[in-house]
Design a protein around this ligand. Sequence first.
Ligand SMILES: C[S@@+](CC[C@H](N)C(=O)[O-])C[C@H]1O[C@@H](n2cnc3c(N)ncnc32)[C@H](O)[C@@H]1O
Length: 211
Amino acid sequence: MTTDQARRERWQRYWDKHSASYDKQMRFFDRVLFGDSRAWVCSQAAGDTLEVGIGTGLNLPLYPAAATLTGIDISPAMLKIAADRARQLGREVGLREADAGALPFGDASFDTVVCTFSLCAIPGHQRAVSEMHRVLRPGGLLLLADHIAGSARSVRAIQRLPETVTVPTGGEHFLRRPLDQVRAEGFAIERRERFKLGIVERIAARKPALS
Ligand SMILES: C[S@@+](CC[C@H](N)C(=O)[O-])C[C@H]1O[C@@H](n2cnc3c(N)ncnc32)[C@H](O)[C@@H]1O
């Protein structure tokens, strides 16, 4: 087994194990930290939409009815909850087990790519953003929301403490800045909001259209 496979299986087991308690835990953070970020992201999705690291599908009720939804995640147990939620909502969504670092879709397959609160947990998040860029059609929209490194050095110093535990035990990073990778891929930033001492960020970024 390669190191990549072993790493993937480790985090797959981790998320499978935490799938049953995820919604309760996440609802708390949605309430106290992330505010209306899910609605902010999902309301902008249109056309063929891919959600990367879809988890238990907490965003599913928030997408416009006209969007065609596909979701991927490494955790079969998280995907099972997402499938149950989709069924209860009467919402059609194509769900697949896949790695964000190697998306099983051709180039330029989607009009919108969404990723909420997963880039903090995906190993090799730079590669994941490159893959999101690859599968987006020219002119397509990338929509992200996540917790990131805070604006002030003092805030980042505080964030560094829990990371020493959460990175090795849960793969959870507090000091990432996905915007750097989004810019490096050549996306044009259309909207960007930061709040809660700069530790929550949401981004709408456009892949340039072909000229
Ligand atoms: C914090 S949860 C976020 C779930 C969901 N996006 C949300 O907003 O509630 C992180 C998710 O990322 C998934 N994940 C972690 N590493 C991944 C990878 N390499 N590829 C795809 N999904 C991954 C986990 O299985 C988990 O479902």
